[in-house]
Design a protein. Sequence first.
Length: 261
Amino acid sequence: MSKLLKILGIAFVALIAIIILLPFGTINAGERGVRLRFGAVSGDIVGEGLYFRIPLIESVVPVDVKILKEQVDSTAASKDLQTVNTTVAVNFHLEPEKVTQIYKEIGTDYKSRLIDPALQEAVKASTAKYTAEELITKRELVRDDIKSHLIDKLNPRGILVDDFNIVNFDFSQAFNEAIEAKVTAEQSALAAKNKLEQIKFEAEQNIAEARGKAEALRVESEALKSNPQIIQLRAIEKWDGVLPKVTGGATPLVDIKTIGQ
């Protein structure tokens, strides 16, 4: 029994030794390997796939070079000294050719050591350029400004900015109430203006209609003056064809003979 345990112990040690001394390894897709020699960066970048290392002397650390996301919350002051709470997100990736530089200077904790501070600095610098209201009305301009700051800060370090977004702006309750009051006032003013325009339009329609009627009366009056027979024609148009039974000797309003001529 003791002999069996001794054999199993030797086999286990041998297996551990094989694993440690195994000279081959692989780098997955979307990664690069940083080769270390006695724990120091050798400067060699290992690409995707199978690689060879010298056992006990070299090791390879995989580094992700795919597009990653980092989101942070930042508090800053606007140009008009309003407190602004901002949530921002950046998409980035490590420049594959500079992974050894990044690992040597920063290590693998580059998010908290480099990206987060750069985001905080960029947000504060850009927020201070605009009033609180401008941060809302010029959101895209603010976003581009912050992104430009990030690119200047991170790209030289081998961290490439792919995209940047302002997730949310949050202001104090007093400012939000002031904005709401302003919007309400503007909407009321617009409604009053539209009502005034409607009244003005209706008044102009009435004036135009009155002018049309007055012109029609004037034309009709002129026509009656120049041709009195029009009165008889109008009477005929309204006559039902029945003569009055009692005329009292008066001359009928319509002179049939005259009309027939």
